[in-house]
Design a protein around this ligand. Structure first.
Ligand SMILES: Cc1ncc(COP(=O)(O)O)c(C=O)c1O
Length: 460
């Protein structure tokens, strides 16, 4: 079946190859073919040849309520008609005010102040800049460095990219913003061998690495620690028991801000609207985006504690930072309607109920020789692929290239499953379906994975 054409009559795959620049995309792959996705409905998407796929990644950890929700489209249309655009520069509009109030109500502790952006990387960038200015304002101007974890992804602006812990993504753009230091992540599967059977001790060990780094750099130079509730990159590393409790203790002891980067984990992906509430910690800032509108319009936010806002509350002090489209009225209106759907359809409760079933369905795959580990929380799982289950030996670069890029990504897609085969850490397959899916869909995912992974093993 042939695909669609542009208004100028060019085959879209050809026009894409000739004119479109993909994000994080190896363009040479587009010489052969470019998948063009034209429609979504529920947890399905269709390409321009009419083929249907299961969207087991919610686009890119975004489409929480599923595709094709007419009421979100309608809300966007209404808002654009009423007030398509106004900035939050010295003025406010009802959509941003209402959404800020609603997000503050969901956020824990005294995180009551919302700074809107257009996406996640900008929210992370905002958090670092805010942390630096805050410490200057309260008389600790030396506190400017940040700590984050190995293999973690926090976005592409130069500050956020400094915080990102994936050397290969950073190297082409060095030198980046200085002062961003890394500590080990919470991958217990590859943690120190003597701690692998003791998650609590492992959690304590991993958290203590943050304190060690703060002391090494000097607490009077460290502004903030950036952590995801469940680390995405590397393949869904949940926090071990006690981890965040200890991190909070360390941050308090050394006057270091804790930023919960929930660009993926918020809005029900783990369970609660904010995932720090799933794990019982109160950060100083939350960064979020993606699922806030389920992708029906772009927006991000940095949610900040009263304490951090205090020096900006009175007088002439200003946070000289902003984005033309930050808190866009259409996006803010859509976010409100999206959160209405969460409430009406009890989506957070649904994730709490179904998450154990999702996990146990995926764990069935551990009978395959190539599946080393299944990990994650909520509706967010990673399946780590290994060459040897006993020794946990991973694939070398060549094998990984052949396995993930050469076979798995395409084979999964051809089998009707859109998900992610990722090698930013060890090779993993990641799953994050819309929150409207349930046990029948988990079975469907498992069956497709089983058949494709069995073939992958046979080809090795
Ligand atoms: C934890 C985390 N932070 C930040 C970002 C960057 O978000 P954006 O792509 O919206 O800039 C991402 C994107 O996936 C993310 O997962």
């Amino acid at each position: 079946m042939t695909g669609s054409t542009t208004p100028r009559g060019t085959l879209r795959t050809t026009a894409a190859r000739d004119h479109l620049w993909g994000h994080f995309t190896r363009q040479s792959a587009w010489e052969d073919d470019v998948p063009i996705i034209v429609r979504g409905e529920g947890h399905h998407i269709w390409d321009d040849t009419g083929r249907r796929y299961f969207d087991a990644l919610s686009g890119l950890f975004v489409v929480q309520v599923g595709h094709g929700r007419a009421e979100l489209a309608e809300r966007a249309r209404e808002q654009a008609e009423q007030l398509a655009f106004f900035p939050l520069w010295s003025y406010a509009h009802p959509q941003a005010v209402d959404l800020a109030e609603r997000l503050a109500a969901h956020a824990p502790g005294d995180l009551n102040r919302v700074f809107f952006t257009t996406g996640g990387g900008e929210a992370v960038e905002t958090a670092w800049k805010l942390a630096k200015q805050y410490w200057k304002l309260v008389g600790k101007p030396g506190k400017h460095k940040v700590i984050s974890r190995a293999v973690a992804y926090h976005g592409t602006p130069q500050g956020a990219l400094s915080i990102t812990g994936i050397p290969a993504l950073k190297a082409p753009f060095e030198p980046l913003v200085p002062g961003a230091h890394k500590v080990p992540n919470t991958n217990i599967y590859r943690g120190p061998e003597h701690l692998r059977d003791d998650p609590k001790a492992f959690g304590r060990w991993a958290a203590d690495r943050i304190e060690e780094q703060i002391l090494f750099e000097g607490a009077d130079t460290v502004a903030a620690v950036f952590l995801e509730p469940v680390q995405n990159s590397g393949g869904c590393f949940p926090p071990p028991p006690g981890y965040f409790e200890r991190v909070r203790e360390i941050c308090d002891a050394h006057d270091v801000l804790l930023v919960s980067d929930e660009v993926i984990c918020a809005f029900g992906r783990i369970g609660e609207i904010f995932a720090c509430n799933d794990f019982g910690y109160v950060p100083d800032m939350i960064t979020c985006a993606k699922g806030l509108t389920s992708g029906y319009s772009p927006i991000g936010a940095t949610i900040v504690s009263d304490r951090l806002f205090e020096p900006f509350r009175t007088g002439s002090t200003t946070f000289y930072h902003g984005y033309t489209f930050g808190g866009h009225p259409v996006s803010a209106a859509v976010a409100m309607a999206n959160l209405d759907i969460f409430e009406r359809e009890h989506l957070t409760e649904r994730v709490h109920t179904n998450a154990p079933i999702f996990r146990s369905t995926l764990e069935k795959l551990t009978d395959l020789p190539i599946v080393g580990d299944v990990r994650g929380e909520g509706y967010f799982y990673g399946i780590e692929l290994v060459k040897d289950k006993v020794t946990r030996e991973t694939f070398d670069d060549d094998e990984s290239e052949r396995l993930l890029r050469g076979f798995l990504s395409k084979a999964l897609f051809d089998a009707g499953l859109y998900c992610r085969a990722d090698d930013r850490g060890d090779p993993v397959i990641q799953l994050a379906p819309p929150l409207t899916t349930g046990p029948a869909e988990f079975d469907e995912i498992e069956q497709i994975l089983r058949s494709v992974l069995t073939e992958a093993w046979a080809r090795l």
